[in-house]
Design a protein around this ligand. Structure first.
Ligand code: ADP
Ligand code: MG
Length: 259
């Protein structure tokens, strides 16, 4: 059984069809890539899976069950995500930014937090421990006490990843995880993503523009263009697909025209 199933999912913004009757499955234990030119609808797919927006048609199932709940419940059911544009509380410490993820998931109880009962203090300590472990896993423990404001972009991306990982989701959605990173950071992150799967058993669905990164890392790739799926398969299969080549060449021509 597929872990995540999209069936005929359509999202419209006014007259624009951002996602057009899209169907694809993500198998448990895989690193699955979702690629396509700018504006293809990839981030919209993530937003609809995390329930930030509702689809106009179609169905999404997670572990066989319809995913028609609120965003916080999506997190509780084991789906984590990062955003294309890093979203951190810039005035808070790195550790707090990671712990915030654990709090919003309801792992600690807000009312109890005000009362500071012993149980709450224990939970708070467990939350901090989990956050520290996750920062160590990502190699950024040294930043734990620093404010997120002004840290290098690559580090900020890792903090956001830590926030999602700290919840130990079973499925993690990564939207352009290496955008803005240098080649060394990109290579390291590819290793981290492999480790996320091997050590935590997580399934990964990622959107990424860096083709060599995607092709080296993913088991399976779904390609979108103008909201629709245009190709799917293993990295070599999609790389050789004339439809995919055409879509990306079209994008390069547009870029060239813009320059
Ligand atoms: P991608 O992530 O593949 O670059 P997006 O999913 O961000 O593409 O966007 C797909 C299309 O939907 C684009 O044309 C974009 O401008 C449009 N779009 C995305 N989000 C919104 C929104 N909240 N309101 C209106 N249009 C949107
Ligand atoms: Mg996007």
């Amino acid at each position: 059984m597929a872990m995540l199933e999209l069936q005929g999912v359509t999202v419209r913004f006014g007259g624009l069809v951002a996602v057009n009757s899209l169907s694809f499955d993500v198998q448990e234990g895989t690193i699955h890539g979702l690629i396509g030119p700018n504006g293809a609808g990839k981030s919209t797919v993530f937003n609809v899976v995390s329930r930030f927006i509702r689809q106009d048609a179609g169905e999404i199932r997670f572990r066989g069950q319809a995913l028609d709940c609120e965003p916080h419940e999506v997190v509780m059911r084991g789906i984590g995500r990062t955003f294309q544009n890093v979203e951190l509380f810039r005035g808070q410490t790195v550790l707090d930014n990671v712990m915030i993820g654990l709090h919003t998931a309801g792992k600690t109880d807000v009312l109890g937090g005000a009362l500071q009962t012993r149980r709450v203090r224990e939970e708070e300590a467990a939350t901090a421990k989990r956050a520290h472990e996750t920062l160590r896993f990502l190699g950024i423990a040294e930043y734990a006490g620093r404010r997120a404001y002004g840290l290098p972009y690559g580090v900020q991306k890792l903090i956001e990843l830590a926030r999602a990982l700290a919840l130990r989701p079973s499925l993690i959605l990564l939207d352009e995880p290496v955008a803005g990173m240098n080649p060394t950071e990109r290579m390291e992150l590819a290793g981290v993503i492999r480790q996320i799967r091997s050590e935590f058993g997580m399934t990964v669905l990622l959107v990424e523009h860096d083709m060599s990164f995607v092709m080296n890392l993913c088991d399976r790739i779904t390609v979108m263009n103008f909201g629709s799926k245009i190709s799917e398969g293993t990295p070599p299969e999609v790389q050789q697909d004339p439809q995919v080549i055409h879509a990306y060449l079209g994008e390069e021509e547009q870029d060239a025209a813009a320059r």
